[in-house]
Write a protein that binds this ligand. Structure first.
Ligand code: GLU
Length: 561
């Protein structure tokens, strides 16, 4: 029987990785293939290439990802016990962790509040600080005055608090400009950087043709004097930049003599500086001086890691351990800071926490718990494979958290007042939570009339009003008529009658349910007024956070079903 070696490698390496939480050695897996299928012995080199690729992929998968892939390929190999073991959430170990644990950082730019994409770096780094102990630095990367707004600082701090990160230190790059300047001077003095006064388009043409610009040969004295002129305001914005000498003939043009300082004349509300480091420079200086041991960041920074390598080398510093996780595309909600800003300005969005946005504050407003975001991000892990973020997974995580806690209530859309003929006056008792009777009941009074959901009493001959009684629906002329038809749940089931929500004639309140698709108007139980800021479940509608309560009614933010 012919065998697909790639599939064979996957199955054996994955089952090993799932069972022992460790990717097996290539030799062992290769030996297994050759032993079982000697026909591959003559193609050992080719096989080994395939195997290495497979092992690398498995190395980058999360425990959950490995289990899922194995269950696709060979479900029979996943016995119950193994499954239980690997279900525990966790990320792979970091290399070179010292006795004092790790120092990690989360480094957002204050161009807006945090969104769901930021949560990945935030939680992955947080995970390791909790795992190994050590320090977790929040570094506000605010060295681009054009992308810095005062209100964003406070919002980021609020978001961090909501996420529940174990932050131990907070630093602002705008406080550290002198440190960056002094290290820039070191590079200028050692001849590893120069001040370039070329027009940027002209420099690009030279660089793309592997030609050094005339500034590259300036003496240290010349460079220092030009640097002074950058600092003292002699040069206007765009007239000079500091470049690190990486090599003008490097194969990758993006690595050739890139810029590390520039002049920006836009005022910065935290400093009166006009010379700012570029990200690659300030990140190196800070990562090193703050003692960062491990950096977990996105694959989009891989080229930056390579650029930063030159600066580390020139300063004689050792780099931290880098891990680059794959891209995560996020559909469904709006994330782009500029689009959100514009939308807020024009009134399209009500603010940074508008329900259509993917900001953390919008997600929180809907009743998504930070813990659910954390669980989703740890499950996604630090693998290099590009993925699409699944809102469904986040909602499932959130449901696990809120379902046992959220009280249940009735919510009725398109309410229609119905008189029920022949029905006794009763007070219906409905549990606040079906699995926790100790929480007690809601009391819903029925005195002959109730509100039913208009769309659900059409085209049916009988319904059961939940926790109340059965009603036959007939037609009196054009108008439907409602007649009491006993209390028996059995009968309702036999008749396959829909079991629907209702609200008492008195004791309900107007309720607007905000969803990303738009508003749903309805009414809900009056006691929902006691649930402000909590998540409730509107039965058969879904979970929602009670956002505001006023005389004009309740506004609830829909989370998920
Ligand atoms: N401030 C950078 C960003 O938000 C992070 C820099 C880094 O991770 O090195 O993309």
């Amino acid at each position: 029987m012919s065998v697909d070696p790639k599939q064979f490698f996957y199955i054996h390496a994955l089952s090993n990785a799932v069972e022992h939480d460790n990717v097996p050695k290539a030799g062992a897996v290769l030996g297994l293939l050759m032993g079982k299928h000697p026909e591959f012995r003559s193609r050992a080199k080719e096989m080994s290439g395939i195997l290495n690729e497979v092992l690398q992929e498995i190395e980058d998968m999360t425990p959950a990802g490995r289990r899922e892939k194995l269950s696709e390929l060979a479900p029979e190999l996943l016995d119950q016990k193994k499954e239980k073991k690997t279900r525990e959430r966790g990320l792979r170990e970091l290399k070179n962790v010292g006795d004092n644990g790790v120092v990690m950082r989360f480094a957002p730019n204050p161009s807006g509040p945090l969104h769901i994409g930021h949560a990945r770096a935030a939680y992955l780094n947080d995970y390791y600080v909790r795992q190994y102990g050590g320090r977790y630095v929040l570094r506000i990367e605010d060295t681009d005055p054009k992308r810095v707004e005062p209100e964003n600082y406070g919002m980021i701090l609020e978001d961090i608090e909501w996420l529940g990160l174990k932050i131990t230190d907070v630093v602002y790059q705008s406080d550290r400009l002198d440190i960056y300047y002094s290290h820039c001077e070191k590079l200028l003095e050692s001849g590893n950087a120069y001040v370039c006064t070329c027009d940027s388009a002209a420099f690009k043409t030279m660089k793309d043709n592997k030609k050094p610009c005339p500034c590259r040969d300036q003496t240290t004295e010349e460079n220092m004097s030009l640097w002074e002129k950058m600092l003292d305001g002699t040069f206007p914005e765009g007239a000079a930049t500091v470049r690190v000498k990486t090599g003008i003939d490097l194969p990758d043009p993006a690595m050739r003599d890139f810029s590390i300082f520039r002049i920006v004349e836009t005022p910065h509300f935290r400093t009166d500086a006009r010379v700012y480091p570029m990200m690659n420079f300030s990140v190196v200086i800070d990562d090193y001086l703050l003692g960062i041991t491990h950096v977990v960041r996105g694959k989009d920074h891989i080229a930056n890691t390579r650029r930063q390598g030159f600066i580390y080398d020139y300063l004689g510093w050792k780099q931290p351990e880098f891990y680059h996780y794959g891209r995560m595309s996020i559909g469904g909600l709006v994330l782009s800071t500029s689009a959100i800003k514009e939308g807020i300005r024009t009134g399209q969005y009500s603010g940074w926490d508008d329900i259509r946005l993917g900001t953390l504050r919008a997600i929180a407003r809907r009743g998504i718990q930070a813990e659910a975001v954390r669980n989703s991000m740890i499950d996604i892990g630090i693998g290099q494979t590009d993925i699409v973020f699944s809102w469904e997974n986040l909602f499932a995580e959130n449901k696990q958290i809120v379902d046992p806690v959220a009280n249940r209530y009735f919510f009725v859309t398109n309410p229609v007042k119905c008189s029920i003929k022949g029905a006794p006056s009763v007070t219906a008792k409905a549990f606040l939570h079906p699995n926790d009777e100790s929480r007690g009941c809601r009391a819903l009074d029925f005195n002959g009339k109730l509100y039913a959901p208009g769309d659900e009493i059409r085209d049916v001959s009988m319904v059961r009003f939940k926790d109340l009684f059965n009603v036959k629906i007939g037609n009196e002329g054009e108008k439907p008529s409602f007649e009491y038809s006993g209390d028996s749940l059995e009968d309702a089931r036999k008749e396959k009658s829909p079991i629907i929500q209702w609200l008492p004639e008195h004791g309900h309140i107007k309720c607007t349910l905000m969803t990303p698709e738009g508003k749903t108007e309805g009414i809900c139980e009056e006691t929902v007024c006691n649930e402000k800021d909590r998540v409730v479940q509107f039965e058969r509608v879904g979970f929602a956070r009670i956002d505001s309560v006023s005389d004009s009614g309740i506004v609830a933010y829909f989370a998920h079903r």
